[in-house]
Design a protein around this ligand. Sequence first.
Ligand SMILES: [Fe+2]
Ligand SMILES: [Fe+2]
Length: 131
Amino acid sequence: MALIEWNDAFSVGVADIDHEHKGLIELINQLYNGLEQGASAEDIADFFGEIYAHISAHFALEEKIMRERQYHEYEAHKREHERLLEEIRDMMDDYTDRVLIDEQELSQRLRDWFGEHFKTMDSRLHKALHV
Ligand SMILES: [Fe+2]
Ligand SMILES: [Fe+2]
């Protein structure tokens, strides 16, 4: 079962960005399935690595667009991106250190994190700039 199902509330109204967000959701669902199915620690670490790389690239792209367009919410949005990346690093560390192997909690954190960011900051950004 997928952890996050795409729904229209996630759409920011820009096809390319929706496509990228769908890709990120797909990666998170893969991680979730891996956790559920008891994938090896190496595989989980790989999933995390891939998620982190894709998300960093996606955030960098959004930040570039915001800078170019002198978007008024740039600072706050960028701070939120940094916080989210830090949270993923924390999740990776927790997992590696075996501090937190509670897959329910891990999954919940990932889901809340994404759903909220798409629906609020990203939605405002893309509606304001139409990019
Ligand atoms: Fe985004
Ligand atoms: Fe964003």
